[in-house]
Design a protein around this ligand. Sequence first.
Ligand SMILES: C[S@@+](CC[C@H](N)C(=O)[O-])C[C@H]1O[C@@H](n2cnc3c(N)ncnc32)[C@H](O)[C@@H]1O
Length: 253
Amino acid sequence: MAAPRSCALCRYWGRCWSPTPRCCTVPGLRFSWRENPLGVRFMSQEQRTKETHFGFETVSEEEKGGKVYQVFESVAKKYDVMNDMMSLGIHRIWKDLLLWKMHPFPGTQLLDVAGGTGIAWVLGDAEELPFDDDKFDIYTIAFGIRNVTHIDQALQEAYRVLKPGGRFLCLEFSRVNNPLISRLYDLYSFQVIPVLGEVIAGDWKSYQYLVESIRQFPPQEEFKEIIEDAGFQKVTYESLTSGIVAIHSGFKL
Ligand SMILES: C[S@@+](CC[C@H](N)C(=O)[O-])C[C@H]1O[C@@H](n2cnc3c(N)ncnc32)[C@H](O)[C@@H]1O
């Protein structure tokens, strides 16, 4: 059986920050992932035979979504504790900074893609969002875009669903800019993180994928250009913790 193309969770906060869980799945999309070997988006034969990376492995584009899906199915239960262990809690500061940059106010229409869990959530694919054009004031994606098969397509979707004047914000692993820290970070990533994954979550492979996928993701300047290619303007970024992560920002003007 063909694997599901990709796993996605989109979290949509409406007018308030109510913690009340209001689940809203899109049955068609869920059905497509589980049952439809072509996935949600029907791709041309030519696209389906292209290759891409899954960590350091080369896979067909068609396979990648399913492999990413398996990773997050596998890590979901221990996801938060692993994040705390691997980053010594620093991921919470990075996320607070993202929120601080976002600076939402009452009535702001926010879309958080690849949320993992959320308040009111919708199952969908970042590459084909189940929302109308020009709908949101802010689009955020934290540690999600690295996993999508076609980053350019996900960015175009972000652009499409944002209102004119809307803001795109992305928190993602990036490139360490200090050679000494970079060597230590590599050592930690490749020698310690998969071991932690095995000990805490019983899952070496998913955490091996995590560190490899980080290395495959474009560095700050390159990602900035990719965001600009999707049509965003005034694109800037801020590197945090010596570039271990970066927050990219752009506007639909
Ligand atoms: C590393 S988690 C990030 C979760 C959360 N945003 C955070 O910062 O902790 C990546 C999430 O992206 C989702 N994801 C993977 N591929 C996706 C896609 N094509 N579209 C939307 N979400 C996707 C996964 O299911 C997972 O929930």
